[in-house]
Design a protein around this ligand. Structure first.
Ligand code: TYD
Length: 210
């Protein structure tokens, strides 16, 4: 099976890491080689950029700088981690990708989409996920689930209005990119959500059936 690129999207605390772990366990049981990675991060240099972006002390960071740092971490991560794994024929499970930039820096911060498309043009042109899964849970519920916000995380502290705009942004992106971004209802248990994800990916031929 050739390499496949699957991204996980959603608001803070939507359960992406848990769902990625459960999917990784399924793939392991089926003997499918895969790489689990994240944005911003997933490599030495991009993890260093992540620390700068999320540092709660950097309240003076401009929106443009933030967007450029996410884009910079992305290209480095593609080169260090994603491209080699795809070349080995693996399935890449990536925690966040381009739709995070459109939802957070676009809808959340209010940056023009054109600017975001330009700075991410290399990533989008060469590495578009086979599918991006939007774990659909409104931020208010998600923050409840994770027992509040992390005060040292610059993004989590951006305010309820910001996170509401991000969620609304994702909902618009679902309409704009119906083939690329697919919503997964997360109102059930984590195992029910995981079963939905496995079925969806099997139906699309992105993971082999058990
Ligand atoms: P993540 O590690 O997924 O945080 P969490 O697990 O708390 O959801 O992502 C880190 C933060 O970076 C998160 O607040 C979303 C934000 N982000 C953007 O704003 N733009 C981007 O392009 C990416 C990849 C992430």
């Amino acid at each position: 099976m050739k390499g496949r690129f699957i991204a996980f999207e959603g608001c803070e605390g939507a359960g992406k890491s848990t769902q990625m772990r459960l999917l990784s366990e399924q793939l392991q049981q089926r003997g499918v080689p895969h790489t689990v990675t994240r944005e911003p991060g997933g490599g030495e240099i991009s993890e260093a950029i992540r620390k700068v972006i999320l540092n709660g002390k950097f309240t003076a960071m401009t929106d443009e700088c933030e967007a450029l740092l996410y884009a910079a971490a992305r290209v480095q991560h593609l080169s260090d981690t994603v491209a080699p794994a795809l070349a080995r024929g693996e399935i890449v499970l990536c925690d966040r990708y381009i739709f995070s930039s459109y939802a957070y820096q676009g809808a959340g911060r209010g940056l023009p989409r054109k600017f975001l498309e330009e700075i991410n043009s290399y990533a989008v042109a060469h590495f578009m996920p086979d599918v991006s899964l939007f774990l659909d849970i409104p931020p208010v519920l998600a923050f409840d689930r994770k027992h509040g916000k992390d005060e040292n995380d610059r993004m989590e502290c951006a305010g309820d209005g910001f996170h509401a705009r991000v969620y609304a942004g994702y909902r618009q992106l679902l309409e704009e990119f119906p083939a690329a971004l697919v919503a997964v209802d997360c109102s059930g248990t984590k195992f029910e959500t995981s079963a939905k994800i496995v079925r969806l990916l099997e139906e699309r031929g992105l993971i082999p059936r058990a």
